[in-house]
Design a protein around this ligand. Structure first.
Ligand SMILES: C[S@@+](CC[C@H](N)C(=O)[O-])C[C@H]1O[C@@H](n2cnc3c(N)ncnc32)[C@H](O)[C@@H]1O
Length: 254
């Protein structure tokens, strides 16, 4: 399946991917709320979500901002988002890609990008674009799949392999040749440096979905896992513990 077709494939329904993943969804909701709380209310006018999918998290941020724009390259997903969120009045929808944001300079207070980074071959170019569309001292909430989470480190240790900080494209050789959608694993330290190189300062970091394991999810009640998640997201962040890392970054003076 070609890069452009992945989320538009009629046989793949991204909404169904979330069946059985309520813990992960709610862990992300907790993280997003915590990070938005750190943004002064005077800076919560307009928001851009890049790679918004079917609008899974728009219900979380839309009551907190005056205007929200959902940008998404997939025609199928943007139409699903329009239907799913049709009753929300402060949302608008736009088709486009992170590498070439179809907006003027300095127009958003906050850009959100959740579960998109692993599809980006040139994250630096995207951070440059995000920086361009943000107002001075604007904010970015970025989620990334963490290459160095605790399980990956334990596996590397058992195999006596070093886990370096370089990005790894985890597509098979045949998918690379066929140019399917990229799946790239990044290291949080590498992304942190790249953000700083592109005019951002990290304000906060959270380790998210820390208990994402089928056995743990089966044994322990969801409420307990979410209680622990809420308490541990900040504490576990310096150890790059969880499979997902969230950053709150702020545009520095230019
Ligand atoms: C795993 S889904 C996440 C969707 C949504 N952010 C969420 O968390 O539910 C990845 C999304 O990234 C989008 N995407 C892929 N490449 C992109 C690009 N170059 N620019 C913007 N979005 C992209 C896909 O179309 C898809 O909606």
């Amino acid at each position: 399946m070609l890069r452009e077709e992945f989320y538009d494939d009629p046989h793949f329904d991204y909404r169904r991917y979330w069946n059985g993943r309520l813990y992960e969804h709610l862990s992300e909701v907790i993280a997003i709320k915590k990070l938005i709380e750190q943004i002064p209310t005077s800076r919560r006018n307009n928001l851009l979500e890049v790679g918004a999918g079917f609008g899974r998290i728009a219900k979380i941020y839309s009551p907190l901002f005056k205007e929200c724009v959902l940008l998404e390259p997939s025609n199928k997903l943007i139409n699903q988002a329009r239907n799913y969120l049709s009753h929300r009045k402060n949302l608008s929808f736009c088709q486009g890609k992170a590498e070439n944001l179809p907006f003027d300079d300095s127009c958003f207070d906050l850009v959100l990008m959740i579960r998109v980074l692993h599809h980006l071959i040139r994250p630096g170019k995207v951070f440059q674009e995000v920086n361009r569309v943000l107002k001075p001292k604007g904010f970015l909430i970025l989620e990334m799949a963490n290459k160095a989470h605790i399980k990956a480190r334990m596996v590397a240790w058992m195999r006596r392999k070093a886990l370096d900080k370089k990005p790894v494209d985890i597509r098979s050789k045949s998918n690379l040749i066929k140019k399917t959608i990229p799946f790239i694993n990044y290291h949080p330290d590498w992304i942190e440096n790249l953000l700083e190189e592109h005019g951002f300062r990290i304000r906060s970091k959270l380790s998210v979905s820390n208990f994402r394991h089928s056995l743990i999810k089966r044994i322990f009640p969801l409420r307990l896992l979410l209680y622990l998640e809420d308490r541990l997201q900040l504490k576990l962040a310096p150890y790059n513990f969880g499979p997902s890392v969230f950053f709150l970054a702020q545009k520095t003076d230019t």
